[in-house]
Design a protein around this ligand. Structure first.
Ligand SMILES: Nc1ncnc2c1ncn2[C@@H]1O[C@H](COP(=O)(O)OP(=O)(O)OP(=O)(O)O)[C@@H](O)[C@H]1O
Ligand SMILES: [Mg+2]
Length: 321
């Protein structure tokens, strides 16, 4: 039987708090909890793929060791998100005593997906079982968590990982997998992943299927992203009112490279923001960002991507110097 390769994001998930990249301040405090063998209810908030789930699992592993299975309950987005899960699963787990330790931990991943009712029910549950149970919640947007729950938790904010941290982890994984990753490729991974280490590792694994040597080109290919220069070129053409040529670039991105309209729009936004004052005045930039926002909304609402992007390029032409 051929062995199915497990996704690298799981293969290289941190085993201990020491393995978690970045977030030094947070890790330090989590380690202190392990040492004291006590912790408050916590809310981990921050963008995807930055180590929230990994930190919670590593924390539980360090606290409970081989008893982790009995003292740690993890519920994630694939589970039900309604009030029943709070009434049944969570309560059942919370009310029984912890095994060989003072308290259990319930980890509720992607809490922003809990319905309002469920959050209200959770708020009472959290209070009722403080003797036997601690809650660790994770979410992408803390604003989606009701105030009473936020006030019951110590909030830890996870930031996007720095390019250095991403590069370090990419290097470490590359070494273990026998890859050679050049500097351009690392830069490209950082451009595409924007501080999301999960995305970075997934791109690397995708790229590795083409061979052991990883280059910038392969990264942009597997992530179906354009090189920043390509998008920039399209913008410059539009700003020079060379509409047909700009449109040809758009064709290349969408039909030859297979980018989605949304991806093109996002890169268009990023590259517009990155233009220098002598290329596009600040005033024009502000107006264009507003316009990009409008087209983004139209596309989300279901308008034809191709037509919208062409219309957007036409808007750029109005700012010809
Ligand atoms: N800080 C980190 N240190 C080491 N590896 C990380 C880190 N952040 C993410 N990873 C890698 O990315 C994978 C996903 O990370 P994790 O599940 O912790 O993200 P998350 O913050 O919970 O994201 P989401 O908001 O999508 O749930 C991990 O299995 C690990 O391989
Ligand atoms: Mg998570």
């Amino acid at each position: 039987m051929t062995q199915i390769e497990i996704p690298w994001v799981e293969k290289y998930r941190p085993n201990s708090l020491d393995d978690v990249m970045g977030h030094e301040g947070i890790t330090k405090r989590l380690k202190a909890y392990v040492k004291q063998r006590n912790l408050p209810n916590m809310l981990f908030s921050g963008p995807a793929g930055t180590g929230k789930t990994s930190s919670a699992i590593a924390l539980a592993r360090e606290l409970f060791g081989k008893n982790m299975g009995m003292n740690f309950l993890e519920l994630n987005a694939s589970d039900e998100r309604g009030i029943d899960v709070v009434r049944n699963t969570i309560k059942d787990f919370a009310r029984t005593l912890a095994f060989d330790t003072d308290f259990k931990i319930i980890f509720l991943d992607e809490c922003d997906a809990l319905t309002n009712d469920a959050q209200q029910a959770l708020r009472r549950t959290m209070e009722k079982y403080t003797k036997t149970c601690r809650f660790c919640l994770s979410c992408n947007y803390s604003s989606k968590i009701i105030e009473p729950i936020q006030s019951r938790c110590v909030i830890y904010r996870f930031k996007p990982l720095s390019p250095e941290d991403i590069a370090k982890q990419i290097d470490a994984i590359g070494k273990k997998e026998g890859l050679t990753i050049d500097e351009g490729a690392k830069k490209a991974i950082n451009y595409v992943c924007q501080g999301d280490l999960r995305k970075a590792i997934n791109i690397l694994q995708g790229a590795s299927s083409t061979g052991k040597k990883i280059t910038e080109d392969i990264i942009y290919n597997v992530s179906s992203r354009a090189r920043p220069e390509q998008v920039r070129e399209m913008i410059m053409l539009a700003l020079q009112a060379k509409f047909l040529e700009a449109r040809k670039k758009l064709d290349e991105l969408m039909y030859e490279q297979g980018m989605s309209g949304e991806d093109v729009l996002l890169q268009l936004y990023r590259e517009t923001m990155a233009l220098e004052e002598n290329e596009l005045s600040d005033k024009a930039k502000i107006e264009l960002v507003d316009i990009i926002g409008e087209y983004d909304f139209r596309m989300v609402e279901g308008a034809n991507e191709r037509v919208q992007l062409e219309a957007l390029l036409a808007q750029f032409m109005k700012y010809k110097k």
